[in-house]
Design a protein around this ligand. Sequence first.
Ligand code: MSP
Length: 592
Amino acid sequence: MLRISALRLLGRRGARVSLSEDFSLRQYSSGPLGVRDDTRDSRAYFTTPIFYVNAAPHIGHLYSALLADALCRHHRLRVPSGAATGFSTGTDEHGLKIQQAAAAAGLAPSELCDRVSAQFQQLFREADISSTDFIRTTEARHRVAVQHFWGMLKARGLLYKGLYEGWYCASDECFLPEAKVTRQPGPSGDLCPVSLESGHPVSWTKEENYIFRLSQFREPLQQWLRGDPQAIIPEPFHHTVLQWLEEELPDLSVSRRSSHLHWGIPVPGDDSQTIYVWLDALVNYLTVIGYPNAEFKSWWPTTSHIIGKDILKFHAIYWPALLLGAGMSPPHRIYVHSHWTVCGQKMSKSLGNVVDPRTCLDRYTVDGFRYFLLRQGVPSWDCDYYDEKVVKLLDSELADALGGLLNRCTANRINPSGIYPAFCTACFPSEPGSAGPSGRAQAEDYALVSAVATLPEQVADHYDNFQIYKALEAVSSCVRQTNGFVQRHAPWKLNWESPVDAPWLGTVLHVALECLRVFGTLLQPVTPSLADRLLSRLGVSSTERSLGELHFLSRFYGHPSPFEGRRLGPETGVLFPRLDQSRSWLVKAHKT
Ligand code: MSP
């Protein structure tokens, strides 16, 4: 029997395993696969973390799911319709944390899981998360996948039995070395050991477990990350993982005594041990794509994991090592985001400051709250939440700027015919210098056309860099520019009856509607229902809403426009109502 501690592995190491049977790191040395290569291949699979069911969902959980949803929806806009795109989310239901939470609530673990998993499912339905699968780790299909995966590691000589002695943090479900543990006064005033990172209590554990030969994977992991600088985005997280890998990797205990942890998947052939919940949870990404049936191979590794920074080590070290160990490739991309705090404080049940996402969806509408979180959330650093910020942003960008623009350009008084007006090339020639006597466009108008023409590409680049907030900032800036264009030419002062005014009036409206069509198309991943209403109002059919079909202002570029002369869609009211400052909940929020 071997004895390991969280700090140091004592005793004999197993023979080195060959990683080259099914997987070759050579595929990474040919350079990173950019997202553009991905889209050429077009099959893609996005995942959210699976959520613990010890407590109800909060806005941080919703944020993880929204980032994945927006990335996935944007990918769908880029690829030919019908291209296969998978998107999974779900709940992480096993482990000590859940076992203890159920006991504290006086429930059977399965009851707690059913209850809280249903809350996540309902939240994601309400929030328009477009996942194609919702996995629960208590499902039979998952047990099959985990036990098969375990068998692969075992068959490859990567598991051995040893004595684990060290700290365990049930809240974070992780083993901690002494250096990551500190002492803090507990409820009775005594000093209690807690995790340095999370502040959660830890306890000393000493038991015989199965151990995974994680230490053997340090070099392959370094090779993977050095060969693909985009494997983990944003870059600082990639760098962090490489720094972690500068240190020795201790082997990892991957099971617990069943007498201590009964709520989990038993080790195949050894009922006295339960599989470590992180190994169990990570395999969910394979279960969803049909593992161990061969079909999973068409999805792996075209996978993009979206995760919070607190679970980086599990996804960027343990998971790729486990995959390599089982003869598979690491995931294609790991997108990492930071956390939401509330009024400057960490969100926590004990502080009583947990923000309920369903209340927010109710108050700000689904599209409004989605827009807020994705526009304000910056993956590289923590962001602070407070109600006034939401109101200010949504009123200014969705209600006033975007809604106002649509209203100005489609209102009956300005466009009584309800038709997508014609573009006059003599008024707005493609060459600024070639304008004849009817030329009316100014330098700023050309700047607007050029900004909106390059917007889809710019937005795609921001999505590739996991900077959805920048994509939205770019859209918002073009909306402002378009409002400036309309303001400059004041179409309400022009007269449809005048042969001099009419072609220019039509052109101003045509350009503004074309800009709105681009904004509506690009906003679909973030505000799907608002974008749908906007595009429907412009008369854009469902087959004309992909990036491939965009063809912005084709008349300006000398091509026919399918929209010119088309009837606009029916008037459906205000695009995004201003959040009335007199709402009672807001007054209350101001006072507190
Ligand atoms: N069950 C594990 C994940 C297993 S994945 C194989 C877990 N669950 S969790 O419910 O604690 O967290 C799920 C996600 O929510 C993580 O990505 C985490 O970073 C994210 N968030 C939790 N609190 C958060 C904030 N306050 N802000 C933003 N996201 C946060 O970890």
